[in-house]
Every structure is written in C-alpha cells, then in structure tokens.
Design a protein around this ligand. Structure first.
Ligand code: HH2
Length: 278
C-alpha cells in the first residue's frame, strides 16, 4: 500500500492497489491500434468496454507519438478527441485522461470534463503549465528525450534512471511553483520515448528510485517495441502476454498506475499480484 492519493479534479484516486489506465487512441496511425476506433462512437463504445473490464481510468489520445510519427494539427487532434472526452466525462464512471502535448487541446478537454492531463512532453511547454495551474485536474508528467520524430535516433544517457528521475523531479517542482498542488502530480519514465531496450529494462528494474520522488508513478509499457525485441515479435497485437508480464513487474516495483491496451488481461494479473501481496 502506497498511502498516496492522486487528486484528479473532483475525483480522488486512492492508490492502495495498482490502477489500470485503459488506452483509447482516436487516431488512424497509432502503433498498435491505429484506425481501430477512429470515429467517436466507436471510441466511446470501446472505452466503455474497457471500464466494464475493470479500467480505473481511460486515457484518450488523438495524436500518435510513436517513433517517427508525423505531427497532427491542433484542430484535427481536438476534433478527434473532444466528442469522445465529452461523452465519457458525461458518463462520469471513471476519470477521463486526455493524452496531449498541446495546450489548446488540454484546455478544451478539461472544460469538457477530463480529470487528468497526460503530457508525454512533461509540461515543458509553458502554455501547458498555464493550463495545469488554471485547473484542478491530475497531471501525468512524462519523460521523453527530444521529440517523437527523432527520439529513437541513437538515444544516449550516462545513467538513464538518474537522468529521468532528475527531469521528473524538476518538472514536478516547476509545476508546484506555478501553483499546482503536489497531490495532483503523477510522474512517468516514458518507456520507449527516446530509449533503447536496455534503457527501458533499466528503468523498470530501478522503478523504485523514481517512486522515491514521492509522486504516483504511471508506467506505459504495453505492446511496446522493447517487448517485441525480447520476444522476437514484430506484430504489436501479439505482445499481450509479454505486456501483462511487464505491467505485473512494474506494479510490484513501484508503479501505481499501468497504462495498457489490454485491460481485462492486465486487471486479472494485477488482482492476483495484489492478493498475493496482501
Ligand atoms: N505511451 C504512449 C502514449 N502516451 N502516455 C504516458 N503517460 N505514458 C506512456 O508510456 C505513453 C503515453 C505511446 O503508446 P500508444 O498511445 O499506444 O501509441 P501511439 O503514441 O502510437 O498512439
């Protein structure tokens, strides 16, 4: 039990067991589920299914940030996500997270009822910090080396865990100085974002060093390339069991929230992990 509570707008997430954040990509080009629910009605139906399977949070994204992905315009991103966020937030069953790097998208989705802003660029943009400070929502501050288009071009660190932890601590401090209560801040090492397979494994192995910052830790390993590299599996949709293994490991080593594509499978594994740990 972590003793942490994550303040996400009107909702309080008690982190006394690992929570599952289900991924809803409303995109034509995401690396593992691009195009699968690209219209709003399909995406809402898909997200509701995840909630029925035990998702504690749904994370809605309208821009693929896979390595080498082309950026989309803010208007296009907003048109993809806003109807989905509106419908899911109106349901109010679980907090809705908006996965965006863009302040205009974040602001509109918070107004539409999103309870979490998940920024893969770690609130480096001052406009994102302003949106955060002007609201009461929860935040996910993620580490990414550089930008999606180039982040996998030979990423290097002296000590990946120390550098990622240093960055997350600094960004959390900057948000706090801008007026964000610490209870709202979650942190994420950004598995696959400017990291080799070995960097990702090292981050997961030493997750407790990141958790020692004292903020809720979110980990998104689901179906990612490093799992494919370990398994020799090129097709992301065939990395489910490996992904569940990574989620269980992360939950045992300090992750409070795991961000996953395969909710039912992950919920089942984490229930067993929690029961054994009790
Ligand atoms: N990973 C992806 C996107 N958003 N957010 C957080 N906090 N942590 C992550 O690890 C993370 C994230 C990439 O995965 P996915 O959304 O499935 O793919 P794509 O970016 O191609 O849409």
């Amino acid at each position: 039990m972590s003793g942490l509570t994550w303040h996400c707008g009107s909702q309080r997430l008690v982190l006394d067991r690992p929570l599952v954040m289900g991924i809803v990509n409303v995109t034509p080009d995401s690396f593992s589920d691009g195009g699968a629910h690209a219209n709003p009605a399909a995406a809402v139906g898909y997200a509701s299914g995840m909630v029925a399977s035990g998702a504690d949070i749904v994370d809605v994204g309208g821009e693929s940030t896979r390595p080498g992905a082309a950026p989309v315009s803010e208007a296009e991103e907003l048109a993809r996500v806003l109807p989905v966020v509106e419908a899911l937030a109106a349901d109010g069953v679980v907090p809705v997270s908006i996965d965006t790097r863009h302040a205009a998208v974040a602001r509109a989705c918070v107004e539409a009822g999103a309870g979490i802003v998940n920024d893969v660029s770690g609130f480096r943009d001052p406009a994102m910090v302003e949106v955060a400070a002007a609201s009461e929502v929860g935040l996910v501050v993620m580490h990414m080396l550089g930008e999606p288009a180039t982040m996998q071009d030979d990423p290097r660190y002296d000590d990946v865990v120390a550098e990622v932890t240093g960055f997350l601590g600094q960004r959390a401090e900057a948000l706090h100085e801008a007026g964000v209560a610490r209870e709202r801040i979650g942190i994420d090492p950004g598995i696959g974002f400017g990291k080799t397979t070995e960097h990702n494994l090292e981050l997961l192995r030493r997750l407790s060093e990141i958790a020692a910052l004292g903020y809720p830790v979110v980990v998104g390993a689901s179906r990612k390339r490093f799992i494919g590299n370990i398994l020799g599996e090129d097709d992301p949709t065939r990395r489910i069991h490996g992904s569940v293994g990574a989620a269980a490991y992360a939950a045992l080593n300090g992750a409070h929230v795991v961000r996953v594509h395969d909710v039912a499978e992950t919920v089942q594994a984490l229930k067993v992990v929690s029961a054994i740990g009790r």
